[in-house]
Ligand binder design. Structure first.
Ligand code: MN
Ligand code: MN
Length: 462
């Protein structure tokens, strides 16, 4: 008979820390992997920029725009660019489509401040843009921090101007002002959700007046003149613009040991990057593999670039049609890793988590059987059978993995795109990277977990 120590090893669930489990060589691979990841975060701070980055990389990797009139064969690589804001990358597999496709779906929109439709104004000789925040933010985190401006303006003649200010060396940045503590006695009595209110998230963009003693709104005029000279736009052109305000600082290493990546928008560009690298590495996969960059997840996956839109279903129908195969036949046999981040255990705020079921930094890719809130509401609860498949896939591939749940029961909750893909009759489960400071302007992930998530997606793409 075994002793207790051996018996426990055989019978108990054991969690493994990547920092102890990984060889020096594997650790170096994880760290090296995150170098280009940081470049991706810096060049892709909006959903449009993420799509641009991925399309450029895809074309270098032999992907061509998807043509529904064509019949694709094993090894073909195609992409579908949905309005410049969502994307499908696809590598056709050896098996027929009747055996289903392997889908990985991340989102590339992140919480931010959007400019209102009529944004420009002057108040006491300072020029501002009015904003309307996008997604779940703690508004107070967006004051007194350098911010950049990204997006597009569609002019009266229909031409589009791209804006990106605050990212290059020498660029100016912008700022939402906050009150000095000396005068903040009343402000500090406000509930935390109102320390900065929605209508106080005004972006400071200039302060020099147009030189004319007679005119009013001279600072606004001077700014509009600069914008007209640089972009050829007038104030009316803001009506047909999508301009997004995001943190201006770059992604960096955190800690003396450099084990963590800090940067904006890792929810969910960390999963977008890792699934994209897996698809780029997929040469002649068994099943057809797809990776999706979805938009609008942070506000409910709505619109024609969000995951509630039919673009995935239509793509699969178009891919299968030349073979005389119905889309529903493909979908019913398909598998999906809904690629989104999970909440990492934060020792400083331990009481919101239930430790046995929370994800931890450095314990690998996290698998989340269900999300939702108040009794799993709004979740796509994956089946035991599909969870069993994922276990075997990751264990056979030697991938470091853990399970996760978003906080204690009834502490809060949240959802992902999983529900909308599962609704298409696809076996779906949430898989992703644990994050600290999620939805803050500066989010943290472990390099071991980022690399383990890439490894999970690579196994799924074989
Ligand atoms: Mn997310
Ligand atoms: Mn999110």
């Amino acid at each position: 008979m075994s002793n207790a120590k051996e018996l426990k090893k055989d019978l108990f669930l054991e969690k493994k820390h990547g920092g102890l489990l990984f060889s020096e060589e594997e650790l170096k691979k994880a760290f090296d992997f995150c170098e280009e990841y940081k470049n991706f975060l810096n060049s892709s701070k909006t959903e449009r920029e993420a799509v641009d980055y991925a399309v450029a990389r895809a074309e270098k990797n032999g992907f061509t725009p998807f043509d529904p009139a064509k019949t694709y064969k094993a090894g073909d690589k195609v992409y579908l660019n949905n309005r410049g804001k969502a994307l499908i990358l696809c590598v056709v597999g050896k098996k027929p489509l009747t055996e289903g496709v392997h889908i990985m779906a991340a989102h590339t929109d992140s919480p931010r401040l959007d400019l209102k439709q009529v944004p420009l104004y002057e108040d006491n000789e300072i020029a501002y843009f009015k904003t309307h925040y996008y997604g779940g933010i703690k508004k107070y985190q967006w004051g007194a921090t350098p911010l950049s401006l990204h997006g597009v303006v569609v002019k009266a003649d229909g031409s589009t101007v791209t804006v990106r200010v605050g990212e290059d060396a020498g660029d100016p940045v912008f700022c939402v002002t906050d009150l000095l503590p000396h005068l903040a006695a009343d402000q500090m009595k406000r509930p935390a959700g109102e320390i900065l209110r929605g209508e106080e998230l005004n972006l400071l963009i200039g302060s020099l007046p147009f030189r004319d003693d007679e005119a009013s709104e001279r600072v606004k005029l001077a700014i509009m003149k600069l914008l007209n000279e640089k972009y050829g736009i007038t104030e009316t052109d803001f009506l047909s613009a999508e301009l997004e305000v995001v943190p201006a600082f770059p992604a960096v290493d955190i800690g003396f040991d450099r084990s963590i990546v800090g940067g904006y928008g890792q929810d969910d560009r960390v999963c977008a990057y890792t699934e994209m690298e897996a698809v780029f590495g997929a040469e002649n996969p068994e099943n057809t593999v797809m990776c999706i960059f979805a938009d609008k997840e942070e506000i409910g996956s709505c619109g024609n670039t969000g995951m509630k839109c039919a673009f995935l279903r239509h793509f699969i129908e178009d891919l299968a049609a030349p073979y005389g195969i119905a889309g529903r036949t493909v979908l019913g046999k398909s598998k999906c890793l809904s690629a989104d981040v999970s909440a990492a255990f934060d020792p400083t705020f331990a009481d919101v988590s239930e430790k046995k079921n929370n994800a931890f930094l450095n314990y690998g890719v996290s698998i989340c059987k269900y999300t939702g809130s108040r009794g799993k509401g709004g979740s796509s609860d994956a089946s035991a059978e599909f969870m069993g498949y994922i276990r075997r896939l990751l264990d056979n591939g030697g991938v470091l993995w853990q399970t996760s749940e978003l906080g204690k029961v009834d502490q809060g909750g949240g959802g992902t795109v999983a529900a909308y893909i599962a609704e298409l009759d696809v076996d779906t489960i949430d898989v992703g990277v644990p994050v600290l400071c999620m939805h803050a302007p500066f989010e943290l992930t472990s390099k071991i977990d980022v690399y383990s998530t890439y490894r999970a997606f690579a196994e799924f793409s074989k």
